[in-house]
Design a protein around this ligand. Structure first.
Ligand code: AMP
Length: 508
């Protein structure tokens, strides 16, 4: 049997797709992509990939703005058996060089203004072609090539374990790791979520998330496809666009920052949301306070779920039944979740905090070209998530902290080590510690605590200007604070908990 995920979407959505003009995507300018268009256009794009020698298993690195064409390119990669590797649009050339060197793609699809620079990258593999797609997906080398291709394409045969995508996570040691996700990982997770959240072809998703991340790409898009449903594709999250298009939607998925921002809008009330079926939140902790305020203003209880790049979704609050604020609900069907002693791996009791570990068809097959790292992150076939949490007496999972000191700013993960490495490399810096500090808008603000070498004269502005050239904007600290020395414990480890406490009111 062919386990190609695209075929699975097609089969699941079959009854709805028989109405050929059924809408898959509606753009903010009114442009419509029907399911018939999906079939024809992704076929043309798949042929274009093959014309650039993209073979099954080859990587296609994609760094483009959010557009319907970019999503169709994802589907074309599935159909052609290629491995889709989406990258954050904010990554600088220095960061891109690492990703291209690591993924060794056959094809890179990028914004027109980056083509020349990527072509010149030293680490670019010899056989790698670089083509363009513009911001709204209407033009570029990819579009021009695809326009001449056939609108029919037979999906490449794939085993369930064959790779569909590699998504890079930020690396704790400064190196990003590519999480390898198979056709089966993605199909199992979206089918489970579709049922769990009662998704149907009547649903219209307001899609305001980025599409280079598991949330906007797999959770949002794959469920829509598997249900034969529709979505309104916003180019980005913008409260004014949400206000305009919410009346036509039934579901919205967001990171907590979306909900915090929307609560500042005067139009948000019961009447504006009364037709909505479901609001979903994830990717970072939703404050219980936000949950309560949202329910007061709209009458809707936000459904919070928990997942990660490596595993897709692991838990969810119930569709029917109580959605408990401050919890991430129950393990999803087919997902086995346990809380264990971080060192010993022995099970913790109810309400005791430990390391969250997961096993199931959703769990990735490892980090790209890092077998050692992969082995280190598994215990008895369970993936060690790095999240600390507990399970309460009613079976609800609570996330209480992050073992890896990850900072989540505006829904994006920032690993302190990567930012610290860049700061420490600046002349005049002795050392630094990067922490997350509570921030009303971003959830957490990336904050750098820096010790200068004697007689160095660096200013906050100077440090930030330098970092902006090296790091994607979301990783650049919101503030830089200079101190004489970092607090350390007796083992010499920097006490980030002390720093977090000291600067906890920095953004108030
Ligand atoms: P990512 O790989 O970017 O999806 O980030 C995954 C991490 O985000 C997880 O390991 C958690 O630390 C965090 N995360 C995701 N969803 C939630 C949630 N609902 N509550 C708390 N943390 C979350």
């Amino acid at each position: 049997m062919n386990h190609n995920l695209y075929l699975r979407f097609k089969k699941q959505g079959e009854p709805q797709r028989s109405v050929a003009q059924r809408v898959f995507i509606r753009g903010v300018n009114g442009a419509i992509i029907s399911y018939a268009d999906v079939e024809a256009r992704s076929a043309q794009l798949a042929h274009a990939l093959q014309s650039w020698q993209v073979r099954p298993g080859d990587r296609v690195v994609v760094q483009v703005e959010k557009s319907a064409e970019a999503l169709l390119l994802y589907l074309a990669c599935l159909r052609a058996g290629a491995v889709y590797v989406p990258l954050h649009t904010g990554y600088t050339l220095a960061e891109l060089e690492y990703f291209i060197g690591d993924a060794r793609p056959t094809l890179v699809v990028c914004a027109p203004d980056k083509q020349t620079a990527i072509n010149a990258l030293a680490s670019r593999p010899q056989a790698c072609t670089v083509v363009t797609l513009n911001a709204d997906g209407s033009d570029g080398g990819l579009v021009q090539c695809a326009n001449h291709q056939s609108t029919e394409f037979i999906e490449v045969w794939r085993a369930g374990s064959d790779l569909a995508a590699i998504l890079y996570t930020s690396g704790t040691t400064g190196r990003s790791k590519g999480a390898m996700l198979s056709h089966h990982n993605l199909s199992s997770n979206c089918l489970v979520l579709k049922d769990y959240w009662h998704y149907s072809s009547d649903d219209v998703l307001l899609h305001a998330l980025p599409i280079f991340h598991t949330h906007g790409l797999f959770v949002a898009t794959n469920i829509t496809l598997a249900a034969g449903a529709s979505m309104i594709l916003l180019p980005k999250f913008d409260p004014a666009l949400v206000q305009r298009f919410l009346p036509e939607a039934t579901v919205m998925m967001g990171v907590p920052t979306f909900y915090v921002r929307l609560l500042q809008e005067s139009w948000l009330n019961q009447a504006a949301t009364k037709h909505m079926r479901l609001f979903i939140s994830g990717s970072a902790p939703l404050l219980a306070e936000t949950h309560r305020l949202w329910q007061q203003r709209t009458g809707h209880a936000i459904l919070e779920r928990y997942g990660m790049t490596e595993t897709g979704m692991n838990t969810s609050n119930p569709y029917q039944g109580e959605r408990v604020p401050g919890t991430v609900g129950f393990p999803l069907p087919e997902v086995s979740l346990r809380v264990v002693d971080p060192e010993q791996g022995t099970p913790m009791r109810v309400d005791d905090i430990g390391m969250i570990e997961v096993k199931g068809p959703n769990v990735f097959s490892g980090y790209w070209q890092m077998p050692e790292k992969t082995r280190a992150e598994f215990r008895d076939d369970y993936f060690i998530t790095g999240d600390l949490g507990k399970i309460d007496a009613s079976g609800y999972v609570h996330i209480v902290g992050r073992g890896k000191d990850l900072v989540i700013s505006g829904g994006f993960n920032v690993y302190p080590k990567e930012v610290e490495n860049e700061i420490d490399a600046l002349p005049g810096v002795e050392e630094s510690a990067v922490i997350g500090v509570s921030h009303a808008d971003f959830g957490e603000g990336v904050t750098a605590i820096v010790v200068l070498a004697e007689s160095a004269q660096l200013t906050e502005t100077h440090v930030l200007t330098q970092l902006k050239q090296r790091l994607a904007a979301f990783k650049v600290p919101k503030r830089v604070v200079f101190v004489a020395a970092l607090p350390r414990n007796t083992m010499g480890k920097v006490q980030k908990n002390v720093l977090r406490e000291t600067y906890r009111n920095l953004y108030q």
